[in-house]
Design a protein around this ligand. Sequence first.
Ligand SMILES: Cc1cc2nc3c(=O)[nH]c(=O)nc-3n(C[C@H](O)[C@H](O)[C@H](O)COP(=O)(O)O)c2cc1C
Length: 228
Amino acid sequence: MLSVSEAIAQRISIRSFLPTEVPRDVVAEILDTARWAPSGGNMQPWRVIAVAGEARQAVIDLAERALAENPHGEADEFPIYPPKLWEPYRSRRYELGEAMYALMGIPREDKPARLAHLARNYRFFDAPVGLFFVIDRGMGYGQWAHVGMLMQSIALVALERGLGTCMQEAWGTVRKSLHAHFGLPEHEVIYCGMALGHPDWEQPVNQLRSERAPLDEIADFRGFDDSE
Ligand SMILES: Cc1cc2nc3c(=O)[nH]c(=O)nc-3n(C[C@H](O)[C@H](O)[C@H](O)COP(=O)(O)O)c2cc1C
Protein backbone atom coordinates (compact mmCIF):
# COMPACT_ATOMS: atom_id res chain seq x y z
CA MET A 1 0.00 0.00 0.00
CA LEU A 2 1.30 3.43 -0.93
CA SER A 3 2.01 5.91 1.83
CA VAL A 4 0.34 9.28 1.47
CA SER A 5 3.71 10.88 0.70
CA GLU A 6 4.41 8.30 -1.99
CA ALA A 7 1.01 8.82 -3.53
CA ILE A 8 1.47 12.59 -3.64
CA ALA A 9 4.92 12.18 -5.21
CA GLN A 10 3.71 9.63 -7.76
CA ARG A 11 0.58 11.44 -8.92
CA ILE A 12 1.18 13.12 -12.21
CA SER A 13 -1.08 14.33 -14.98
CA ILE A 14 -1.62 11.53 -17.47
CA ARG A 15 -2.15 12.73 -21.02
CA SER A 16 -2.45 9.44 -22.87
CA PHE A 17 -4.63 6.54 -21.78
CA LEU A 18 -5.23 2.96 -22.86
CA PRO A 19 -8.73 2.08 -24.06
CA THR A 20 -9.13 -0.41 -21.16
CA GLU A 21 -12.49 0.28 -19.55
CA VAL A 22 -12.95 1.35 -15.96
CA PRO A 23 -16.07 -0.30 -14.55
CA ARG A 24 -18.77 1.81 -12.95
CA ASP A 25 -18.14 0.13 -9.56
CA VAL A 26 -14.51 1.24 -9.57
CA VAL A 27 -15.45 4.83 -10.44
CA ALA A 28 -18.12 4.77 -7.74
CA GLU A 29 -15.65 3.42 -5.14
CA ILE A 30 -13.13 6.12 -5.98
CA LEU A 31 -15.77 8.85 -5.63
CA ASP A 32 -17.17 7.24 -2.48
CA THR A 33 -13.74 7.42 -0.83
CA ALA A 34 -12.87 10.88 -2.12
CA ARG A 35 -16.16 12.43 -0.98
CA TRP A 36 -14.60 12.53 2.52
CA ALA A 37 -12.48 15.44 1.32
CA PRO A 38 -12.82 18.47 3.61
CA SER A 39 -14.72 21.63 2.76
CA GLY A 40 -15.34 24.83 4.67
CA GLY A 41 -18.41 24.48 6.89
CA ASN A 42 -18.63 20.93 5.54
CA MET A 43 -20.76 22.42 2.78
CA GLN A 44 -19.40 19.94 0.23
CA PRO A 45 -20.00 22.48 -2.54
CA TRP A 46 -19.60 19.94 -5.31
CA ARG A 47 -21.33 17.50 -7.58
CA VAL A 48 -19.68 15.14 -10.02
CA ILE A 49 -20.97 13.97 -13.38
CA ALA A 50 -19.16 10.83 -14.57
CA VAL A 51 -19.39 9.87 -18.23
CA ALA A 52 -18.42 6.69 -20.05
CA GLY A 53 -19.51 4.94 -23.23
CA GLU A 54 -22.13 6.83 -25.24
CA ALA A 55 -22.38 9.63 -22.67
CA ARG A 56 -18.63 10.20 -23.00
CA GLN A 57 -18.80 10.18 -26.79
CA ALA A 58 -21.67 12.67 -26.67
CA VAL A 59 -19.56 15.25 -24.83
CA ILE A 60 -16.61 14.63 -27.14
CA ASP A 61 -18.89 15.32 -30.11
CA LEU A 62 -20.34 18.34 -28.36
CA ALA A 63 -16.87 19.82 -27.77
CA GLU A 64 -15.96 19.30 -31.40
CA ARG A 65 -19.07 21.16 -32.54
CA ALA A 66 -18.74 23.93 -29.96
CA LEU A 67 -15.05 24.55 -30.75
CA ALA A 68 -15.69 24.52 -34.49
CA GLU A 69 -18.12 27.38 -33.86
CA ASN A 70 -15.95 29.16 -31.26
CA PRO A 71 -12.31 28.11 -31.78
CA HIS A 72 -11.17 30.24 -28.83
CA GLY A 73 -13.81 28.83 -26.53
CA GLU A 74 -17.14 30.11 -25.35
CA ALA A 75 -16.82 33.40 -23.49
CA ASP A 76 -18.17 33.47 -19.97
CA GLU A 77 -17.50 35.02 -16.57
CA PHE A 78 -15.05 32.30 -15.50
CA PRO A 79 -11.85 32.65 -17.56
CA ILE A 80 -9.46 29.74 -17.07
CA TYR A 81 -6.48 32.02 -16.43
CA PRO A 82 -6.32 35.70 -15.58
CA PRO A 83 -5.64 37.74 -18.72
CA LYS A 84 -1.98 38.66 -19.42
CA LEU A 85 -0.32 36.37 -16.87
CA TRP A 86 2.55 37.91 -14.91
CA GLU A 87 5.66 36.47 -13.25
CA PRO A 88 6.36 33.95 -11.87
CA TYR A 89 3.19 32.31 -13.21
CA ARG A 90 3.78 33.17 -16.84
CA SER A 91 7.20 31.45 -16.92
CA ARG A 92 6.00 28.43 -14.98
CA ARG A 93 3.21 27.89 -17.47
CA TYR A 94 5.52 28.44 -20.42
CA GLU A 95 8.11 26.00 -19.07
CA LEU A 96 5.51 23.30 -18.57
CA GLY A 97 4.31 23.64 -22.16
CA GLU A 98 7.85 23.63 -23.56
CA ALA A 99 8.84 20.55 -21.52
CA MET A 100 5.71 18.73 -22.65
CA TYR A 101 6.11 19.49 -26.35
CA ALA A 102 9.86 18.71 -26.23
CA LEU A 103 9.06 15.24 -24.88
CA MET A 104 6.56 14.77 -27.67
CA GLY A 105 9.05 16.02 -30.26
CA ILE A 106 6.82 18.91 -31.32
CA PRO A 107 8.82 22.07 -32.10
CA ARG A 108 7.62 25.57 -31.27
CA GLU A 109 6.88 26.41 -34.92
CA ASP A 110 4.65 23.38 -35.42
CA LYS A 111 1.46 25.12 -34.33
CA PRO A 112 -0.86 22.54 -35.93
CA ALA A 113 0.77 19.68 -33.97
CA ARG A 114 0.56 21.69 -30.72
CA LEU A 115 -3.09 22.48 -31.36
CA ALA A 116 -3.76 18.83 -32.19
CA HIS A 117 -2.32 17.86 -28.80
CA LEU A 118 -4.45 20.47 -27.05
CA ALA A 119 -7.50 19.14 -28.86
CA ARG A 120 -6.85 15.75 -27.28
CA ASN A 121 -8.10 17.32 -24.05
CA TYR A 122 -11.55 17.18 -25.58
CA ARG A 123 -11.25 13.40 -26.01
CA PHE A 124 -10.15 12.98 -22.37
CA PHE A 125 -6.75 11.99 -23.84
CA ASP A 126 -8.56 8.75 -24.80
CA ALA A 127 -9.43 7.89 -21.19
CA PRO A 128 -12.61 5.81 -21.03
CA VAL A 129 -14.07 7.88 -18.19
CA GLY A 130 -14.56 11.61 -17.87
CA LEU A 131 -15.56 13.45 -14.72
CA PHE A 132 -17.07 16.90 -14.54
CA PHE A 133 -17.06 18.95 -11.37
CA VAL A 134 -20.13 21.06 -10.81
CA ILE A 135 -20.45 23.88 -8.30
CA ASP A 136 -23.31 26.15 -7.34
CA ARG A 137 -23.01 29.43 -9.21
CA GLY A 138 -23.58 31.38 -6.01
CA MET A 139 -20.48 29.98 -4.33
CA GLY A 140 -17.38 32.16 -3.86
CA TYR A 141 -13.62 31.76 -4.30
CA GLY A 142 -13.33 29.71 -1.13
CA GLN A 143 -15.79 27.06 -2.23
CA TRP A 144 -14.22 26.78 -5.69
CA ALA A 145 -10.96 25.94 -3.90
CA HIS A 146 -12.76 23.28 -1.89
CA VAL A 147 -13.74 21.48 -5.08
CA GLY A 148 -9.99 21.16 -5.63
CA MET A 149 -9.74 19.16 -2.41
CA LEU A 150 -12.21 16.67 -3.81
CA MET A 151 -10.35 16.55 -7.11
CA GLN A 152 -6.94 15.85 -5.57
CA SER A 153 -8.52 13.20 -3.34
CA ILE A 154 -9.98 11.52 -6.42
CA ALA A 155 -6.61 11.64 -8.17
CA LEU A 156 -4.86 10.02 -5.19
CA VAL A 157 -7.45 7.28 -4.68
CA ALA A 158 -7.37 6.56 -8.41
CA LEU A 159 -3.58 6.22 -8.20
CA GLU A 160 -3.96 3.76 -5.35
CA ARG A 161 -6.01 1.63 -7.74
CA GLY A 162 -3.43 1.78 -10.51
CA LEU A 163 -5.38 4.40 -12.45
CA GLY A 164 -4.26 7.75 -13.78
CA THR A 165 -5.96 11.12 -14.00
CA CYS A 166 -5.61 14.46 -15.68
CA MET A 167 -7.48 17.41 -14.30
CA GLN A 168 -8.87 19.35 -17.22
CA GLU A 169 -9.76 22.98 -16.95
CA ALA A 170 -9.75 22.86 -20.78
CA TRP A 171 -13.38 21.76 -20.57
CA GLY A 172 -14.16 25.19 -19.16
CA THR A 173 -13.93 26.56 -22.69
CA VAL A 174 -17.15 24.72 -23.53
CA ARG A 175 -18.86 24.92 -20.16
CA LYS A 176 -21.90 26.71 -21.58
CA SER A 177 -22.54 23.94 -24.07
CA LEU A 178 -21.89 21.28 -21.43
CA HIS A 179 -24.30 23.01 -19.07
CA ALA A 180 -27.06 22.85 -21.66
CA HIS A 181 -26.13 19.32 -22.71
CA PHE A 182 -26.37 17.98 -19.13
CA GLY A 183 -29.57 19.93 -18.55
CA LEU A 184 -28.13 21.59 -15.44
CA PRO A 185 -30.21 24.13 -13.57
CA GLU A 186 -29.33 27.81 -13.91
CA HIS A 187 -27.75 27.89 -10.41
CA GLU A 188 -25.11 25.29 -11.26
CA VAL A 189 -21.90 25.74 -13.24
CA ILE A 190 -19.28 23.30 -14.49
CA TYR A 191 -15.88 24.15 -13.07
CA CYS A 192 -13.49 21.54 -14.44
CA GLY A 193 -13.18 18.14 -16.07
CA MET A 194 -10.98 15.16 -15.31
CA ALA A 195 -9.84 12.24 -17.41
CA LEU A 196 -9.69 8.89 -15.60
CA GLY A 197 -8.29 5.62 -16.89
CA HIS A 198 -5.30 3.35 -17.33
CA PRO A 199 -2.16 5.28 -18.25
CA ASP A 200 -0.41 4.38 -21.48
CA TRP A 201 3.15 4.39 -20.15
CA GLU A 202 4.56 3.82 -23.64
CA GLN A 203 3.65 7.37 -24.65
CA PRO A 204 6.42 9.96 -24.17
CA VAL A 205 3.95 12.58 -22.89
CA ASN A 206 3.46 10.47 -19.76
CA GLN A 207 7.18 10.73 -18.98
CA LEU A 208 6.70 14.42 -18.18
CA ARG A 209 7.71 15.29 -14.63
CA SER A 210 6.82 18.88 -13.92
CA GLU A 211 8.94 21.07 -11.67
CA ARG A 212 7.91 22.82 -8.48
CA ALA A 213 9.20 26.04 -6.97
CA PRO A 214 11.54 25.28 -4.03
CA LEU A 215 10.08 25.34 -0.54
CA ASP A 216 11.72 28.64 0.44
CA GLU A 217 9.98 30.34 -2.47
CA ILE A 218 6.51 29.33 -1.34
CA ALA A 219 6.76 28.94 2.44
CA ASP A 220 7.55 31.57 5.03
CA PHE A 221 8.49 30.15 8.44
CA ARG A 222 8.03 32.53 11.33
CA GLY A 223 8.48 32.09 15.05
CA PHE A 224 10.22 28.74 14.93
CA ASP A 225 13.20 28.30 17.27
CA ASP A 226 15.65 27.90 14.39
CA SER A 227 14.22 30.57 12.09
CA GLU A 228 16.68 33.21 10.92
C1 LIG B 1 -7.49 22.36 -11.82
C2 LIG B 1 -6.51 21.85 -12.82
C3 LIG B 1 -6.84 21.89 -14.16
C4 LIG B 1 -5.96 21.39 -15.13
N1 LIG B 1 -6.33 21.40 -16.44
C5 LIG B 1 -5.53 20.82 -17.37
C6 LIG B 1 -5.96 20.71 -18.73
O1 LIG B 1 -7.02 21.19 -19.11
N2 LIG B 1 -5.16 20.06 -19.61
C7 LIG B 1 -3.96 19.51 -19.23
O2 LIG B 1 -3.29 18.91 -20.08
N3 LIG B 1 -3.52 19.61 -17.95
C8 LIG B 1 -4.29 20.23 -17.01
N4 LIG B 1 -3.88 20.31 -15.70
C9 LIG B 1 -2.63 19.67 -15.31
C10 LIG B 1 -1.53 20.66 -14.94
O3 LIG B 1 -0.91 21.15 -16.09
C11 LIG B 1 -0.56 19.88 -14.04
O4 LIG B 1 -1.20 19.52 -12.85
C12 LIG B 1 0.70 20.67 -13.69
O5 LIG B 1 1.44 20.96 -14.85
C13 LIG B 1 1.57 19.88 -12.73
O6 LIG B 1 1.93 18.64 -13.31
P1 LIG B 1 1.53 17.24 -12.67
O7 LIG B 1 0.05 17.19 -12.50
O8 LIG B 1 2.02 16.22 -13.64
O9 LIG B 1 2.22 17.15 -11.33
C14 LIG B 1 -4.72 20.84 -14.73
C15 LIG B 1 -4.39 20.83 -13.37
C16 LIG B 1 -5.27 21.33 -12.43
C17 LIG B 1 -4.90 21.27 -10.98
